[in-house]
Design a protein around this ligand. Structure first.
Ligand SMILES: Cc1cc2nc3c(=O)[nH]c(=O)nc-3n(C[C@H](O)[C@H](O)[C@H](O)COP(=O)(O)OP(=O)(O)OC[C@H]3O[C@@H](n4cnc5c(N)ncnc54)[C@H](O)[C@@H]3O)c2cc1C
Ligand code: SF4
Ligand code: SF4
Length: 386
């Protein structure tokens, strides 16, 4: 049996971590992929297919393909249920310790064979962080009624309902049209909560969800409350034009959801830009379009690795001339751990990191010459006010 020789450690087995692991391993460089959970895929493995009579290009199906490719790759060692405990040394000569997380008894093959059993110490030339982000928990915002009123759900919940093919739970078939409101920017673009950044993906997710819902239940009446729709692309322009006739779009950020006039209905209070009065709207369902927030493990990982976080809690890049690189030389960032990104954006970053690694692995001096990102790959999104 060939002993696995690791030159690069990738932390996080979501779409970004899997993409970088595979791209680097395809260059003949040994990779160890360290995932704290008990399976690969990250959050993107939970999202539903948004196809109507055509593909909605949501990219959710790319994840399963990536899992199969990574699982079968002879150059990638996967360690599940694993936590990075320390990282000594310097770029080109790291020594990384990985500890097991508590085990799950219900783990099935193939995942079981990758579960880390005991502490491992691994030499590595470079470390790639791909630890992602978490969906915002809307129960933090008490005025939106999530967890209190049955008809208030998040886009994450609705994605789950569609994935389980259980739409009747959200919208039972009925002769009376169900009125559904989508509230954008929940957990994002909010100065008071310290999350002024735009989460990038959630306008597109809402447009796809509205399209899919109306494909499955043409009688639905949908309304989208938005600040400004972040859907700039030819593909999305066409989507929007198509929906424009079927769904209602209202500018404003509703700050409160209350019980409506009749039992089971919900009232949404909205202030349109420039208006001095609140307007009330009645709905049967309210869907909160949740954004992304930094993963809970970022702080401890930053301490263990000696890395800086930015003002929002994402891993910081040392400056504009070093995109996708962390504040410690030899440590790289891919996907949503450096700021919100969608699946394709995470993949693009992962490919760019793999290209940088192919250029620099084996070089003598990581400190003087920082790796350069190839043109057109796109770094992390700006996380200041958008
Ligand atoms: C409701 C919702 C719907 C969405 N729908 C879409 C969509 O339709 N299309 C789209 O393009 N994007 C969508 N997104 C965004 C998409 O989920 C992200 O772009 C994608 O998950 C980012 O991938 P990632 O690999 O960077 O991070 P993640 O998916 O977050 O994966 C990170 C991985 O790292 C692991 N990890 C975390 N910390 C550690 C640690 N300390 N040690 C080891 N492992 C660790 C995690 O367990 C996880 O497996 C949606 C997001 C939400 C919230
Ligand atoms: S890209 Fe999205 S909509 Fe298209 S087939 Fe894949 S999962 Fe379905
Ligand atoms: S993509 Fe930006 S503008 Fe659109 S809902 Fe998300 S945070 Fe708001």
């Amino acid at each position: 049996m060939i002993k696995h020789r690791s030159n690069v450690i990738v932390v996080g087995g979501g779409i970004a971590g899997m993409t970088v692991a595979r791209a680097v391993a395809n260059l003949g460089i040994g990779v160890t992929l360290v995932e704290r959970g008990h399976q690969l895929g990250g959050h993107a493995a939970n999202w539903a297919c948004m196809a109507t009579d055509e593909c909605a290009r949501c990219s959710a199906c790319l994840v399963q393909d990536q899992i199969s490719q990574v699982s079968a790759h002879p150059g990638i060692e996967v360690l599940l249920g694993a936590r990075l405990e320390s990282c000594e040394g310097e770029a080109g000569r790291f020594q990384v310790t990985v500890d097991p997380e508590p085990r799950s008894e219900t783990l099935h093959p193939p995942w079981r064979e990758w579960l880390l059993g005991e502490r491992r110490s691994l030499p590595s030339q470079a470390v790639v962080l791909a630890t992602g982000s978490e969906p915002y928990d809307p129960s933090e915002d008490l005025l939106l009624g999530y967890g209190h009123f049955g008809g208030v759900v998040s886009t994450r919940d609705l994605d789950h309902v569609l994935r389980e093919d259980d739409l009747a739970r959200f919208a039972p078939e009925s002769d009376t049209p169900l009125r559904v409101a989508f509230l954008q920017c929940v957990g994002s673009r909010n100065r008071k909560s310290g999350r002024e950044y735009c989460s990038q993906f959630c306008c597109r997710t809402t447009i796809r969800l509205v399209d899919r819902l109306m494909f499955l239940r043409p009688t639905l009446e949908t309304t989208v409350f938005y600040i400004d729709l972040q859907i700039m692309s030819k593909e999305f322009g066409a989507f929007y034009d198509r929906l424009g006739n079927k769904a209602r779009f209202i500018q404003g950020v509703p700050a409160e959801v209350c019980p409506g006039e009749t039992e089971g209905t919900l009232r949404v209070y909205n202030v349109a830009p420039g208006a001095d009065r609140t307007e009330a709207f009645e709905f049967d369902r309210v869907v909160l379009a949740v954004g992304l927030v930094p993963t809970d493990s970022h702080r401890s990982l930053a301490e263990v690795m000696g890395l800086d976080l930015n003002e929002f809690g994402y891993f910081a890049e040392p400056g504009p001339d070093a995109p996708l690189q962390a504040s410690r030389p030899g440590v790289f960032l891919a996907g949503a751990c450096g700021g919100p990104a969608d699946i394709q954006g995470s993949r693009r970053q992962a490919m760019a990191v793999a290209a940088m690694l192919s250029q620099h692995l084996g070089e003598r001096n990581w400190h003087q010459e920082r790796a350069q990102i190839p043109a057109g790959s796109g770094g992390h999104v700006k996380t200041g006010r958008n």
